[in-house]
Design a protein around this ligand. Sequence first.
Ligand SMILES: [Zn+2]
Length: 240
Amino acid sequence: MRALPWVLLLVAFPAASLAVPVDTGLGPEPYHTWPTLTADMAALAAAHPDLAKLSSIGKSAQGLDLWALEIANFGGLTGEEPIVYLDGTHHGNEPLGMELMWSIAVRLLNHYADDPAMKRIVDEDHIYIVPLVNPDGELRNQRKNLNGVDLNRNYPFHWGEPGCDHDPGSATYCGPSAASEPEVQANVAFMDAIKPDIYVSGHTGSVLFIHPWSWTTAPPPDAGTFRSIDQNFTGRNAAA
Ligand SMILES: [Zn+2]
């Protein structure tokens, strides 16, 4: 059922907001990096062949795969399921965006069999999760990608408008041109292909649930839907 409109959400999420501390998939190290995430995503997909598929949506500037987990009840897919897309850690020094999205994948798959809520989500939705959009930055604990570009400000939609900086030394440098960076090119092509009904991107740094628009203060056409989602989400955790 394609009942949901296209929505674009940006969620800033603190560690303390992981209100249900079960089966997060976290290992002994505090955060994944690209090598450990690669191994863990492959193992998770292999453990759930009927519910998960691992693929790469493209490569980083350094040449590291941008891994995607596709999660659905593949045997029962009708093609009418809402497409949900979750990604994380556009900013390499915000690894909790990645861990949040990874922990959602773990919980959906490892508790499909024993948690009716997880089963319902997987059965009724078609979910894609790219936990780590900026692996080069995350390996270096730096905000920007290997080319020194703020990936979150490199997208072509209203690229280069106020809210970004054209100075390469700036933390919010939007790059030399729209979608100049391979990570952004990969994510744009991926979203064009899957056409998500809901998109949530995990960041940290502020305890906020941000919804469009950001380039203008005018409300989007579906502001009421966003407000409803906002209130549902923030009512369950510490975000504002
Ligand atoms: Zn961020």
